[in-house]
Design a protein around this ligand. Structure first.
Ligand SMILES: NC(=O)c1ccc[n+]([C@@H]2O[C@H](COP(=O)([O-])OP(=O)(O)OC[C@H]3O[C@@H](n4cnc5c(N)ncnc54)[C@H](OP(=O)(O)O)[C@@H]3O)[C@@H](O)[C@H]2O)c1
Length: 242
């Protein structure tokens, strides 16, 4: 039985990942504001033969990150997998309009949160079985995303962080990242119009946007592959190719 902490597991990619990994495992379903959605995810985990533990915390603050780890530590003395999934674009802005406040909030929720939670989880991961960390970045780190430049930069920092700590923590703990393309989740509700989603779809070689399951399956693949370390996997339908 693996002990798995998934941040931002109330909706979208995190929720799908929690359900996919549920069977036979203990899943810590973290959420911030979406309590009822998180409760449904926890029910789903249990119905699939897993054990679910709900944990609430705002990860855009150091105190919130500490609250998360204290709550998890109260229920387990080890973690096998940490999925650093929580994140948000917050606002789309042209570079001419960006503010210090937007930069600070974007980096707090997408960058500092992952760095802090990772650091705080290491004592738990040290006691895990093939412990590994999976960080969610974005295709925005690859090809320049107009109006999402601050968000892209915040995720790019995590791409670099991933490789650095993959070396620092080896051989004890593996660290990898996933860089999704456009995935249809509540992430886009406040920041991407239906027209923009359609433009993204048409510009994709596969002529479609992704679903959370496309990313959840990649999380499972990384967990199962104990020779993967320091890699960022692009899953975007070919909208960016290396
Ligand atoms: N969807 C895409 O097209 C796409 C593309 C590339 C990368 N990504 C990345 O994939 C990850 C998952 O995104 P998603 O598409 O599944 O989005 P989503 O459905 O909006 O889920 C985001 C999750 O992050 C949590 N969260 C947001 N702000 C938080 C905060 N301050 N503290 C703690 N948790 C917070 C949310 O919790 P509550 O709802 O409970 O507040 C939610 O569980 C994110 O890191 C995102 O940047 C998404």
């Amino acid at each position: 039985m693996k002990h798995i902490l998934i941040t931002g597991a109330s909706t979208g990619i995190g929720a799908e990942t929690a359900c996919l990994l549920a069977e036979g495992n203990r899943i810590f379903v973290h959420y911030c504001a979406s309590e009822s959605s998180a409760g449904k995810v926890a029910d789903n985990v249990e119905s699939r033969g897993g054990q679910a533990h709900l944990v609430q915390a705002d990860l855009s603050t150091e105190a919130g990150c500490r609250k998360l780890i204290e709550a998890v530590s109260a229920q387990t003395d080890k973690l096998d997998v940490l999925v650093n999934n929580a994140g948000a674009m917050l606002e789309r802005k042209n570079v001419r309009e960006i503010t210090w406040d937007l930069m600070a909030r974007t980096f707090a929720v997408n960058t500092f949160s992952i760095m802090a939670v990772t650091s705080m989880c290491i004592p738990l991961l040290d006691k895990g079985d093939d412990p590994n960390i999976i960080n969610l970045t974005s295709v925005a780190i690859r090809h320049g995303a107009p109006t999402a430049t601050v968000y892209g930069a915040a995720k790019a920092a995590i791409d670099s962080f991933t490789r650095g700590i993959a070396k620092e923590l080896a051989p004890a703990i593996r660290v990898n990242a996933l860089a999704p393309g456009v995935i249809l989740t509540p992430f886009h509700d406040q920041v991407t119009s239906a027209e923009q989603l359609e433009t993204f779809r048409k510009s994709n070689p596969l002529q479609k946007n992704g679903d959370p399951i496309h990313i959840a399956k990649a999380v499972r693949f990384i967990i199962e592959n104990d020779f993967m370390n320091g890699e960022t996997i692009d899953i975007n339908g070919g909208i960016f190719m290396r």
